[in-house]
Design a protein around this ligand. Structure first.
Ligand SMILES: C[S@@+](CC[C@H](N)C(=O)[O-])C[C@H]1O[C@@H](n2cnc3c(N)ncnc32)[C@H](O)[C@@H]1O
Length: 306
């Protein structure tokens, strides 16, 4: 046991350490127990209350991974990533999302870092847990965690959300962005975001709306594409965005990248033709296969140069 608790970075690395002879979830619970046990009494009580509160219906593993990140950051266990020095404070944690050196697989790392940034930026963990378990948000927990983490780290003046549906991703972005523009082909979707004061709704085909919008929205730092899921539709949205990138644009998150039609569309894009693109990762989060053997979900991530 001594080795398990010896040094803080080593402790988090235990999450991805198969030599512990525990499965992934059990490693998370053991490490969470160890981190919480070492906290001052008041912090420990607050953590246990969140842990045991049944109003968070989020699955146990996602909840515990988030709370582990929160507790580890509170205890000063997560090293500042070097990108924090180069790119600004938010990157001190966000940098770990793109760097496997913590030794933890991506979806676990995203939830852990989301917990950490919640503590670091002083957000209420209850509020972040609530949005993570929002049933109106049509994404998986890991996709949600990446979106929230990127938004919390960048704190964009403006985020664009293509594909409003029930308002899940728009509502999540509205927590961390000053303003959100959400787009849907179905004008009736406006009612799903009208209660959000910093969200504006635009109706139309996303690639057409983007063509009009982009020249007038230089402040858009983060764009989430989850509108068209056809090959040509997703291709048109991405090409529109990269041909007229707002000057502040840093990140594009593309949902359902594991879907065959979306993959085909993303495959048609000549990424090298856009010099602003620093990286494109198709399977940043892999998708899942449904009972009929059809792939869905998954998140592709595009980073742009400053
Ligand atoms: C998967 S849902 C979006 C889910 C939402 N982003 C979330 O995370 O909860 C896709 C939405 O995109 C809209 N949509 C489909 N094709 C579109 C297009 N070409 N342009 C704009 N919206 C489109 C649909 O009406 C639907 O509401």
């Amino acid at each position: 046991m001594g080795a398990l608790f010896d040094n803080s970075i080593g402790l988090l690395e235990r999450l991805g350490d198969p030599s512990l002879a525990l499965d992934g979830p059990s490693r998370t619970y053991v490490v969470l127990g160890a981190v919480v046990q070492a906290m001052p009494e008041a912090d420990r009580q607050a953590l246990f209350e969140l842990l045991l509160d049944r109003k968070y219906s989020l699955n146990n593993l996602a909840k515990c991974t988030f709370l582990l990140g929160f507790a580890a950051e509170r205890s000063g266990m997560i090293p500042q990533h070097e990108l924090g020095q180069q790119q600004g404070e938010g990157w001190g944690l966000l940098g770990h999302l793109f760097d496997p050196s913590l030794g933890i697989e991506t979806s676990t790392r995203a939830l852990l870092l989301l917990g950490a940034i919640t503590e670091h930026n002083g957000y209420a963990p209850e509020q972040v847990l609530q949005i993570l378990q929002d049933q109106d948000w049509a994404m998986g927990n890991a996709d949600k965690a990446v979106l929230l983490l990127v938004a919390a780290a960048l704190q964009p003046k403006l985020a664009i959300d293509a594909g409003t549906f029930l308002g899940g991703s728009a509502s999540a972005l509205s927590m961390f962005a000053e303003r959100v523009i959400t787009i849907d082909i179905d004008p009736a979707r406006a009612q799903n975001v009208e209660h959000l004061p910093n969200v504006d709704f635009l109706s139309g085909i996303a690639s057409d709306v983007l063509a009009e919008l982009l020249p007038t929205t230089p402040a858009a730092e983060l764009v989430v594409l989850d509108a068209s899921h056809t090959c040509n539709g997703i291709q048109a949205e991405v090409e529109q965005l990269l041909s007229n990138p707002p000057s502040c644009l840093r990140a594009v998150l593309i949902h359902d990248s594991a879907m065959e039609t979306c993959r085909a569309g993303l495959d048609l894009i000549d990424w090298a033709a856009y010099p602003l693109v620093r990286s494109f990762t198709l399977d940043f989060l892999p998708g899942v296969e449904n009972e009929e053997g059809v792939m869905g979900g998954g998140l592709a991530v595009v980073w742009l140069l400053e």
